[in-house]
Design a protein around this ligand. Structure first.
Ligand SMILES: Cc1ncc(COP(=O)(O)O)c(C=O)c1O
Length: 430
């Protein structure tokens, strides 16, 4: 039995994240990985791949970074999970609230979904309202029903929950105003990422905040991806906006499982215990929420990012990668189809069909040919360990892949594919 078959036999979806599943990779991609070091991952046969997936963007320094791992291991040896709050848990909370300007208080947990759902719950409790406005273009906020119910994957979710989440469009303040006008006094919060594929327009985020406040709602910024990549102090600092609540995760602990909800004291305090007579909010209470290994890794990652020019490097390398892909795309005559773009610290690559729309066949072919040249590029997440050598390796892989890509543009990608095309994660049927 192949690894794929074994995985799918015992794990629904074959992985613990749908974006790690077999339907997200070309057929020649490694089915299983055994370890990662720096910017590389290794399969069961010891084959090495330059990785641009970086643990679903959770790794921004590099895999198995000694200094960060040592900090985590120290905390494991200290017991890892004690009966009262640990010293490292306090230190992590103080480091976080010192680093992120909008955060008066913070509550840690293991997963981003849990954090964003907690922010929504806080906003509902604070405002006494039930509806949630979420940004339509932003692909993922949580596996919880309030978000998944607003995608096409509604099976198993009560209609009443589906109806409670409304959509507005990014960089389109009128669409948010319209939601508030259509549901007066009912929307608890607007949830959005500060940026995804492009910068927000000048003043947009500030306007979201003021429209929310004018309508008695809270602004929640989800910094799961932007946090510790756009800026050590978050994209909120980079764009100069102060959300009421914000959520972080992914790169905050260089791959260790740490996430959090943070924000204004008067909102976060709804989860506190020291206000006699006040009705409580049951906010994030989990056995492993402040697991000491993760807390140690977070504190060590923050120190590392403050000392080393990690964020500057992500911007510089990402910018050069965008230029490299576009230059080679032009050199090989495929520039009408293969384009790199994005905010430099978080580039992305488009593979467009003749109709100018994203083509899953071309995306799969590109990924397949990059894998053939030992580069795993399901999306582009850059790390501090992507250096000159890695850029050169990427160039060699692109030079190997693009002649095949060109042939696909001339004669069709289908016959060149070794397996089925990659499918969207958010699709109604298998
Ligand atoms: C913007 C955003 N928010 C929330 C999440 C959920 O985080 P997690 O996978 O840690 O639950 C993700 C994960 O991809 C994300 O990209």
């Amino acid at each position: 039995m192949s690894y794929q078959e074994r995985l799918q036999k015992v794990i629904p979806g074959g992985a613990h994240t749908y974006s790690r599943g077999a339907d997200q990779f070309p057929a020649n991609a490694p089915q299983i990985l055994t370890r990662g070091k720096g910017a590389y991952v290794y399969d069961d046969k010891g084959r090495r791949y330059l990785d641009y997936g970086m643990g679903l963007r959770a790794v921004n320094v590099g895999y198995a970074e000694d200094e960060i791992d040592e900090a985590a291991i120290r905390e494991i040896r200290n017991g890892n999970n004690l009966t009262r709050p640990s010293l490292i848990e306090l230190e992590a909370a103080e480091v976080f609230t010192r680093t992120i300007e909008s955060a008066d208080m913070v509550k840690f947990t293991k997963n981003g979904s849990t954090s964003v759902s907690a922010a929504v719950k806080l906003a509902r409790a604070f405002t006494g309202r039930e509806l949630v406005a979420r940004c339509a273009e932003h692909p993922f906020f949580s596996y919880d029903d309030w978000f998944i119910g607003s995608t096409i994957l509604t099976r198993g979710i009560p209609e009443s929950v589906i109806e409670q989440t409304k959509l507005f469009r990014f960089n389109d303040i009128a669409s948010l105003k319209e939601l508030f006008a259509r549901h007066p006094g009912q929307i608890a919060c607007a949830v959005l990422e500060p940026a995804t594929v492009a910068h927000p327009e000048d003043g947009y985020l500030a306007e979201v905040r003021s429209v929310c406040h004018a309508n008695g709602a809270l602004m929640i910024l989800d910094e799961m991806i932007t946090g510790f990549r756009w800026h050590l102090k978050g994209a909120q600092h980079y764009y100069g906006v102060k959300p009421d609540l914000c959520t972080f995760g992914k790169a905050m602990a260089n791959g260790f499982s740490v996430s959090c909800v943070a924000g204004r004291r008067d909102v976060m305090e709804l989860g506190s215990i020291e206000f006699p007579g006040r009705e409580r909010v049951f906010l994030l209470s989990t056995t492993h929420g402040a697991e000491m290994a993760g807390m140690g890794a977070f504190v060590a990652t923050t120190k590392y990012l403050a000392r080393e020019p990690v964020v500057e490097h992500l911007w510089r390398y990402g910018g050069r990668l965008i230029e490299l892909i576009n230059a080679l795309s032009k050199e090989f005559g495929v520039e009408s189809s293969l384009k790199a773009a994005g905010v430099p610290c978080s580039p992305y690559c488009m593979t467009l069909g003749r109709d100018g729309k994203p083509s899953s066949e071309l995306r799969t072919l590109f990924a397949q040919e990059m894998v053939r040249h030992e580069v795993l590029m399901p999306w582009i997440a850059v790390s501090y360990r992507h250096r000159e050598e890695e850029l050169a390796l990427t160039e060699r892989a692109l030079r190997g892949a693009l002649p095949v890509y060109r042939r696909a543009l001339e004669h069709g990608a289908g016959p060149l594919l070794e397996g089925p095309p990659i499918k969207p994660v958010f699709r109604k049927f298998n």
